[in-house]
Design a protein around this ligand. Structure first.
Ligand code: ADP
Ligand code: MG
Length: 389
C-alpha cells in the first residue's frame, strides 16, 4: 500500500478523502473524534506545502438535505487547525473547480457531502472523474469507509497521477493486518456484542490463528443454546444457531481454546430498572434474560487478557448501556487497558464502552472503523485499500 512517504505533494492539489461522518444534534457536533483522527494527515500535508481539497460523506442524505451539510465539520476543523476552512458550493463542477484552483499551499477547501451526489455510492465513473479533476494527488484517510467501493473511496483513486493512504488509514491497516502477521503470543481474542451472524467471519478467522477466543455478550446465547443450555428470554435469533453450531465444530478441530461464559447476570427485561439477579452456571430460568457475563467469567477473561501478548477485543460483554449490566464489560475493558499486551479494539459500541469508562487512550489502537475493521480482520479485501496497492 502506498503511503504519504511515496507521494510528492509540494505545491500540488491533494484530494483527501476523510471520514467526517460525525454525530450531529441540531446542527452541532456532539463528538469530533473523527475530525481529530484526520489531523495528523491534514497537518502533515499542509506542512509539506500541499493545497488541500477534503471530501467526506455525512449520514445518508436522499437528496441535498441541508441538515447533512458538512459546514459544521468544516468550521470545527478550522478551529482545530487555527486556519480558515472554506466550504465549497457542492461536490464537483465548475464552481467547485474554480475554488480548488485558487488554493495556495497550506489552504484547505472542504467539499460538500459527497453523498449529495447520487453517483457516490454507485462508484459512478463520471463523478469519480469530476473528483479527480479537482486534484493532482489522491489521499485516502477514511478508514471507516474503506470497505465501500464508492466514487470518493475507490473510483477516484484510479484516475489521478498519484494515490496513497493517509496516516490514519495506514495505521489502521498496519495494526489490524499485523494481528495476523506475527502477533506476540498468546494472541487472545475477546468477542461479544449482539449477533453471531454479524461476526462469524471474525470468529472463524480467530479460531484459525488465535490461542484463545473468549465469547461474551448476547452472542454467547446461540452457543449456549446449541450446547443444550436453557437460555430463557435471552437474545438469540434463529439464524444465529447454525453458524454457532458450525463454529463450535470448528472450535473442536482448532488448537484455539474456545471459552463461553460460566456464570451470568440476569434481568427480567432490557431496562436499567429491571429486576436483577446473579446466576451461578448458565441455565437461564424462564422469564429471565442474560444481560451480562457473571463476575467469575469476567475475572477469568480478565486473567487471560492480562497474560496475553496480543489482544483483539470487539463487542461488549453485556448490555453495558444499562448500568446494572455494565460490570462484565467494565472488568474486561479495565483488563484490556491495563494489559502489557499489544491491545487492539474495534467496533462502534466497544469504542463507546471504552470511552464511557475513560479508558480510550489506554489501548494500543482503538479502531475508527466499525464495519471496515471487522472486514479487514475477517481477511476480506477492502476496495478503498486495494485501490492504493
Ligand atoms: P460493536 O458495535 O462493538 O461491534 P455490537 O454492535 O455487536 O458491538 O453489539 C453491541 C450491542 O449488543 C449493545 O447495544 C449491547 O446492548 C448489546 N448486547 C450485548 N450483550 C447483550 C445481551 N446479553 N443481551 C442483549 N443485548 C446485548
Ligand atoms: Mg454496534
Amino acid at each position: 500500500m502506498k503511503t504519504l512517504d511515496d507521494v510528492d505533494v509540494a505545491d500540488k492539489r491533494v484530494l483527501v478523502r476523510v471520514d467526517f461522518n460525525v454525530p450531529l444534534e441540531r446542527g452541532r457536533i456532539t463528538d469530533d473524534t473523527r475530525i481529530r483522527a484526520a489531523l495528523p494527515t491534514i497537518e502533515e500535508l499542509r506542512g509539506r506545502g500541499a493545497k488541500l481539497v477534503l471530501a467526506s460523506h455525512l449520514g445518508r442524505p436522499k437528496d441535498r438535505e441541508p441538515e447533512l451539510s458538512l459546514r459544521p465539520a468544516a468550521e470545527r476543523l478550522g478551529e482545530l487547525i487555527h486556519a480558515p476552512v472554506e466550504l465549497a458550493p457542492g461536490v464537483v463542477g465548475d464552481d467547485v473547480r474554480a475554488e480548488a484552483e485558487a488554493l495556495e499551499p497550506g489552504d484547505v477547501l472542504m467539499l460538500e457531502n459527497v453523498r449529495y451526489e447520487p453517483g457516490e455510492t454507485k462508484d459512478d465513473p463520471e463523478l469519480a472523474r469530476g473528483l479527480a479533476a479537482l486534484a493532482d494527488v489522491y489521499v485516502n484517510d477514511a478508514f471507516g469507509a474503506a470497505h465501500r467501493a464508492h466514487a470518493s473511496t475507490e473510483g477516484v483513486a484510479h484516475l489521478v497521477d498519484q494515490a496513497a493512504a493517509g496516516r490514519l488509514l495506514q495505521r489502521e491497516v498496519d495494526t489490524l493486518e499485523g494481528l495476523f502477521r506475527s502477533p506476540r503470543r498468546p494472541l487472545v481474542a475477546v468477542l461479544g456484542g449482539a449477533k453471531v451472524t454479524d461476526k462469524i467471519g471474525v470468529i472463524d478467522r480467530f479460531l484459525e490463528v488465535a490461542d484463545a477466543l473468549l465469547i461474551g455478550g448476547a452472542m454467547a446465547f446461540p452457543f449456549l443454546s446449541v450446547r443444550g443450555h436453557a437460555i430463557g428470554a435471552s437474545k438469540c435469533s434463529e439464524d444465529d444457531l447454525d453458524p454457532a453450531r458450525r463454529a463450535l465444530a470448528a472450535a473442536e478441530r482448532s488448537s484455539c481454546r474456545f471459552e463461553l461464559p460460566t456464570d451470568l447476570v440476569l434481568g427480567d427485561r432490557f431496562d436499567a430498572a429491571a429486576d436483577v439477579r446473579q446466576l451461578e452456571g448458565v441455565d437461564v430460568p424462564g422469564g429471565w434474560m442474560g444481560l451480562d457475563i457473571g463476575p467469575r467469567t469476567a475475572e477469568r477473561y480478565a486473567q487471560d487478557v492480562a497474560a496475553a501478548g496480543t489482544v483483539f477485543w470487539n463487542g461488549p460483554m453485556g448490555a453495558f448501556e444499562l448500568e446494572p449490566f455494565a460490570a462484565g464489560t467494565r472488568v474486561v475493558a479495565q483488563a484490556v487497558a491495563g494489559s502489557p499486551a499489544e491491545t487492539v479494539v474495534g467496533g462502534g459500541d466497544s469504542a463507546a464502552a471504552l470511552q464511557s469508562f475513560g479508558l480510550a487512550d489506554k489501548v494500543t489502537h482503538l479502531s475508527t472503523g466499525g464495519g471496515a475493521s471487522l472486514e479487514l480482520v475477517e481477511g476480506k479485501e477492502l476496495p478503498g485499500v486495494e485501490a492504493l496497492r
